[in-house]
Structures are given as C-alpha cells and as structure tokens.
Design a protein around this ligand. Structure first.
Ligand SMILES: Cc1cc2nc3c(=O)[nH]c(=O)nc-3n(C[C@H](O)[C@H](O)[C@H](O)COP(=O)(O)O)c2cc1C
Length: 345
C-alpha cells in the first residue's frame, strides 16, 4: 500500500470510494435517507473542488484507490487546520490504513504550521480518532447539527530550526488575552522547558505551579492590585528555595531567572504571549506571598514571579533598546588601547 497525493484523474475513483464507504460503514450509525443525501454530495466534482484548497492524499494498492484523506486550513486560518474526507474502503478496514493516512496528514505542511487540528468526525469514526489522540473540542461530547463530533488535537509546533528568531521575537506582552484555554500538554511543555534550565551546582532550586482553574485564577486576580494579566487563561507561578550551593553561595536567583527565560521562549514557541511579572509581585505589598497562600505553598519556598500564558489579542509592543555597540564589544572595552572594541561585519 502506498499513500500519494491526489491527481485530478483520481476524482471518479475517490468519489466511488467515499460513497461505497458511507453506504456500508456509516450505515449502522445514521438513517438511510441521511446517508443517501450525504453520499449524493460526494461527486467527482465535489472531490476536485475540495482537492483544490486542501492537500488531498489517496492510499493505493494494486492500482486501486482504497483510502483517502485531506488536510486544509480551518476556516481560512493560518495557524489552525482541519482534517477532511478520511475514508477507507470497508473491505480494507482494520489493517492500519486509516492510521497511516492520518499520520501522513499530520506531517503535511498544513499540520506543521498549525497549533490546533480539528476533525469533524462521524459517529462511526469517533473511536478511531480518539485513539489517534483527538479529544472533544471545548469538552462537547455530543454530535452537532451536522451529526458530526468536533474533535481537536493541539500540536506542539516544531520550532527547533528557529531558536534565534524566537529569542529575538520575544517581547513582554501586557495587553489583553483571548479566552481560549491553554491545553494542559502545552502547559506541561512550558514547565518542562523551565525545569530544563541550568542551575548553580545543579541544586534545582526552582519549582513551578501552573494554574488554569478559572475559580482559582479569579482568587489570584483578586490579590493582584493594581491588576495585571487579568484576562490570561493560565498563569505559571515561579517558586524558589534559597538553598546554599557551596560555602555561603546561593544561586537561586540565577536559577529561577534561567528557568523563566526558558519558559518565556517556550511560551512564544507555542504561539502564546507572556510577561515576566516579578517587580510587581515581590514589592513591599508582597502580592507573591498572598498568591502562595492561595496555592498552599509550604514554608521554605518563595513565590517570586508570575508568567501569564495565553493567546494575545494585540500585537506585543517593542520597547526601546540601546544599540548593540553600546552594550556588547569584542576583545575588550571600546576604549581599550589599540582595540576598536566593536564587532563590525
Ligand atoms: C527581573 C525582572 C522583573 C520584571 N518585573 C516586571 C514587572 O513586575 N512588571 C512588568 O510589567 N514587567 C516586568 N518585567 C519585564 C521588563 O519590564 C521587560 O523585560 C523590559 O521592559 C524589556 O522589554 P522586553 O521584555 O519586551 O524586551 C520584568 C523583567 C525582569 C527581568
């Protein structure tokens, strides 16, 4: 079996495949008149139209098209995609062909650029997509008016190629956030990035708490005065323990600073925004201590920073930065004798 891109001359065979599969496989889950009206829509012209704005694939064996599937933008979105038209001929089901098609679709450019992939799943297809890691969108576990379940998967984009771009694009974001929840796997990925940071003598003095429970967020907001990050759907709280590394040296500040920068970069990599709120919550009014009490943080830990996480409603603002040559030099200070001091191209 091979999976290849659809060609216009496949349209008739794909149309036949979809209609046959609907009439046999979906029969047990839908009334016959509904199946017939949906199957009637799946003409070769309809297949061609869909293949025109998606990346459409077919699974082929011995010259026969036995499966198909497509991926395209979710309602024109640039960072959300949708899977469509996934069918495997009834005689070929149970052999892993559907899984192979979904895995190919998840490697397509439309999947790579997406932070979220949606599937309008039939009642028949639901258990298969759940096995492939898709979950109910917004927790809605019943079919919609089109008799389809809306399932989704949040992806962790592959940003390993763009680490330098990512570092340069990070900004402190203080605007409003969209209400979209941050998936738990993204929160976990951000926390893992934080814990991966170096720490002096590997004392690992930094601990983290992610908060996404709306009631708890509300209670935290109530103690942040003046308010910041009020609309963020999640917040990461950074805790430190002043553990001595050696003699009287304690690197806990450096440790949590490294962890915070790692997390800020992970947050941007995943398509969210944040801001390092430390001054605001460690000032004389000790907002951090109040948040720590709400989170049942035991003695010995200090809550030193909060990082909101969410999708930005506005563009982050670029603050003024002093020019490179005023802050970074080569082989000594610019005034060093016999030494230009500057890095030029
Ligand atoms: C230790 C530290 C504490 C900070 N505390 C706050 C804060 O309490 N409130 C705030 O709005 N920004 C805070 N920031 C963010 C800085 O204001 C921000 O990094 C700086 O203005 C440069 O902007 P940029 O992050 O977009 O490069 C803090 C940053 C650091 C490193």
């Amino acid at each position: 079996m091979t999976i290849r891109r659809f060609q216009p001359e496949d349209a008739q065979a794909v149309s036949d495949l979809i209609q046959t599969t609907m009439r046999i496989s979906n029969k047990k889950d839908y009334p016959e008149n509904l199946i017939e009206s949906l199957a009637a829509e799946q003409t070769p012209e309809h297949v061609l139209e869909r293949a025109g704005w998606t990346h459409f694939y077919v699974a082929e064996e011995d010259g026969q098209i036995i499966g198909c599937g497509a991926i395209g933008p979710y309602w024109g979105s640039e960072n959300e995609s949708s899977l469509f038209t996934i069918f495997v001929h009834p005689a070929q089901q149970g052999k892993g062909i559907g899984k192979a098609i979904v895995l190919i679709l998840e490697q397509d450019d439309f999947a790579r650029r997406a932070r979220r992939i949606e599937i309008p799943a039939s009642v028949t297809g639901l258990p298969f997509y759940q096995k492939m890691g898709y979950t109910f969108k917004n927790g809605v576990n019943s079919p919609d008016g089109e008799h389809l379940y809306r399932l989704e998967k949040h992806r962790i984009p592959d940003c390993s190629q763009n680490v330098l771009d990512l570092i340069l694009s990070r900004r402190s974001y203080r605007g409003r956030y969209r209400p979209d929840k941050v998936p738990r796997e993204h929160l976990r990925a951000i926390l893992e990035a934080g814990l991966a940071a170096p720490s002096g003598c590997n004392k690992q003095t930094t601990s983290l708490i992610a908060v996404d429970d709306p009631a708890l967020l509300e209670r935290i907001r109530a103690v942040i005065d003046p308010p910041v990050a009020e609309s963020a759907p999640a917040v990461i709280c950074v805790l430190t323990r002043r553990i001595i590394a050696y003699r009287d040296r304690c690197f806990s500040v450096q440790d949590y600073a490294a962890a915070i920068e790692n997390m800020l970069l992970a947050i941007v990599a995943l398509g969210y925004q944040s801001c390092w709120y430390e001054g605001h919550i460690t000032d004389t009014d000790r907002i951090g201590d109040k948040i720590a009490r709400l989170l049942h943080v035991p003695g010995g830990y200090e809550l030193v920073c909060i990082l909101p996480v969410g999708i930005a409603e506005e563009e982050p603002k670029e603050p003024p930065k002093r020019p490179f040559d005023e802050r970074a030099w080569l082989n000594g200070f610019p005034e060093a004798p016999g030494n230009g001091g500057y890095i030029h191209e």
